[in-house]
Design a protein around this ligand. Structure first.
Ligand SMILES: Nc1ncnc2c1ncn2[C@@H]1O[C@H](COP(=O)(O)OP(=O)(O)O)[C@@H](O)[C@H]1O
Ligand SMILES: [Mg+2]
Length: 576
């Protein structure tokens, strides 16, 4: 897909800019001609009537030229900005549908730089190109033609300076081109460090790594600075040299022009016009050289943006529609490798779950619990074996159909910076305030919200104004807000004290009757009442059955339970 395809939408605007620029350039080419007429046919022979007549025409042409130039600039800015808005939208939509590992491959910071800075470069390019692309060559050629019409031999003399300019521009561009990809990479890194620094603020502070962080950032920032000064220094040599060549050319024109005037083959007015035409030819050249120097920078940005919009997104899920509710989940030798991993994160997992049942998954960190949930949510597809939904392999089912039937409490909670109500509506846009209060009460989140207007209280910075346990309770409420067939809790009770954990699970048992519930935990107490418990270790199933079953027959489960003091207690209540 072309980066510039959205420009097509603005054909009308572009055509307007084209004609306005054409008028602008013709006006500018006509003015020196009028000037030479005034000088040679009016002033030289003291014909006041003639001077006034041509002077009047000059005034009108000047005013028209200014008007036309102003409107060309207005409409071109309008088109360029609309274009960049559309381009940003295209990138966003693309990223929005990428899988997790795809965004990781491109890098989140890099995606941000590409959407902002790189699109900015392309917008500037479009803006800078729209008018000069017509005006520069027109002024260059038109100026030459007019100069030639004014005086042939003088034009031939002046033309000698042109090759110098071409050679100069060629060398600068050759030197500068290789630096631009490096420059954008350096900017990516600056953004990456800033982002890490901001998200990892607490860790940085807690380990008092401020100084090291600053040093790393300094280094990346300096690298960016050095690269950009290097490019800038090279580019900035162009302008003074060009200006010098232009001045020298003018001096040459005046020198020979004076001789031609003495010879009687040229008039004073003609020489004045001639000098203005040379200036226009040079301006045309300078404009073209500027266009050439922004091409390398822009082409870097274009390829970076293209990489995103042309990214061959892996399609997760299939086309089979799920017309009924989800009533059965079954894993058959389910095996999964993360992209590029040598060892499986899940290996030959088997279990089955039906509506009304609770599945508990227990295992240490890194045992594959969250990975299984990601497969169920179709963030990834199984590598081998099957994960069946109502008997259909999950990779054949439409992703929306699957996700709409799930409600999920992630291990790492994230909230949007808006009201509690807004966050609850995120999982169910049609939810009423009464229902929200009900769900907050079930998850025991109502009690730590203020009595007055609890739903209007603000959640800030992803939920930073609540404690870990409070965030978990809010996240549980949010999951309950949605009417789903499967409720998934990924380690969602870990930050709760035993009593709250127990109370919430009691309330959930009534609330989630008839649907499927999957509870991932590291605490036996959290899952002991589940109908079936899956014991995971290093991606493998080490046990599968009820709590009593496993406690009696499964050494791994018994060890976990014993280590958590489970054998001494018969109920959760005594713990609280
Ligand atoms: N995005 C990922 N890419 C590669 N490996 C991953 C990714 N996420 C998790 N893993 C690996 O998969 C294994 C299981 O992780 P996970 O399912 O998150 O464990 P947990 O049981 O703690 O939820 C771990 O060894 C982890 O390093
Ligand atoms: Mg996990």
């Amino acid at each position: 897909m072309s980066v510039f395809q959205d420009l097509k939408k603005y054909k009308g605007l572009l055509a307007i800019v084209f004609f306005l620029t054409l008028g602008n350039t013709i006006g500018e080419l006509y003015l020196p001609r009028l000037l030479s007429l005034i000088v040679d046919n009016g002033i030289a022979v003291e014909d006041v009537q003639y001077v006034l007549k041509i002077g009047g025409i000059m005034l009108i042409v000047t005013l028209l030229t200014i008007l036309v130039r102003g409107s060309a600039s207005f409409f071109s800015a309008k088109a360029a900005m609309a274009f960049s808005r559309d381009l940003r939208k295209r990138i966003f939509n693309k990223v929005n549908h990428m899988t997790f590992d795809e965004t990781e491959t491109l890098g989140i910071s890099s995606l941000i730089t590409r959407t902002t800075n790189d699109v900015g470069h392309i917008e500037q390019f479009v803006l800078l190109m729209m008018r000069p692309i017509l005006r520069a060559p027109l002024q260059f050629v038109g100026g030459l033609v007019m100069a030639y019409l004014t005086h042939r031999r003088l034009t031939a003399i002046v033309l000698i300076s042109m090759p110098i300019i071409f050679v100069l521009i060629y060398f600068v561009i050759r030197v500068v081109i290789p630096f631009f990809p490096q420059l954008q990479k350096a900017l990516d890194r600056v953004n990456l460090l800033l982002r890490q620094r901001l998200t990892g603020l607490k860790v940085v502070r807690a380990f008092s790594r401020d100084e090291e962080e600053e040093a790393t950032f300094d280094q990346a920032n300096n690298q960016y600075y050095q690269l950009s000064t290097r490019i800038n220094n090279t580019m900035s040599t162009v302008q003074p040299i060009l200006a010098f060549v232009v001045s020298v050319t003018t001096v040459i024109a005046v020198y020979f022009g004076a001789k031609f005037i003495v010879d009687g083959t040229m008039n004073i007015g003609e020489l004045m016009a001639f000098i203005q035409y040379t200036a226009q030819v040079m301006t045309g050249l300078v404009m073209m050289s500027r266009m050439l120097t922004i091409i390398p920078r822009t082409s870097t940005s274009i390829s970076r943006v293209k990489e995103v919009i042309d990214y061959p997104s892996r399609k997760v899920g299939g086309t089979t529609r799920l017309n009924e509710s989800m009533y059965a989940i079954e894993a058959k030798d389910l095996t999964f490798y993360y992209p590029g991993a040598n060892l499986p994160a899940l290996s030959k997992i088997n279990f089955s779950l039906k509506a009304g049942e609770v599945l508990g998954i227990i295992g240490g960190t890194g045992s594959g619990k969250s990975t299984f949930l990601k497969l169920l949510m179709q963030f990834y597809e199984p590598t081998e074996g099957d994960l069946l939904i109502n008997g259909i392999p999950i990779n054949e089912i439409n992703t929306d159909d699957v996700r709409q039937r799930l409600s999920y409490v992630p291990q790492q909670n994230f909230f949007f910076s808006e009201s509690v109500r807004g966050n609850m509506q995120y999982s169910n846009p049609d939810i009423t305030d009464e229902k929200i209060i009900e769900d907050l009460t079930v998850a025991k989140a109502r009690e730590f919200l203020p009595n007055d207007n609890p739903l209007d209280s603000k959640v800030v910075r992803g939920g930073a104004n609540f404690s870990g346990g409070q965030r978990q309770r809010l996240a549980i409420s949010r999951a309950l807000a949605r009417d789903a067939n499967v409720y998934i809790f990924d380690d969602s009770f870990s930050a709760l004290d035993y009593r709250t954990d127990y109370e919430i699970r009691q309330a959930l048992e009534d609330r989630l009757e008839g649907v499927m519930t999957i509870i991932v935990a590291q605490r036996v107490a959290t899952i002991r009442h589940a109908d079936k418990i899956l014991v995971l270790e290093d991606g493998e199933v080490k046990g599968y059955g009820s709590h009593d079953d496993l406690l009696a027959h499964n050494p791994v489960y018994r060890e976990i339970a014993l280590s958590q003091g489970e054998e001494e207690v018969s109920t959760d209540e005594s713990k609280a």
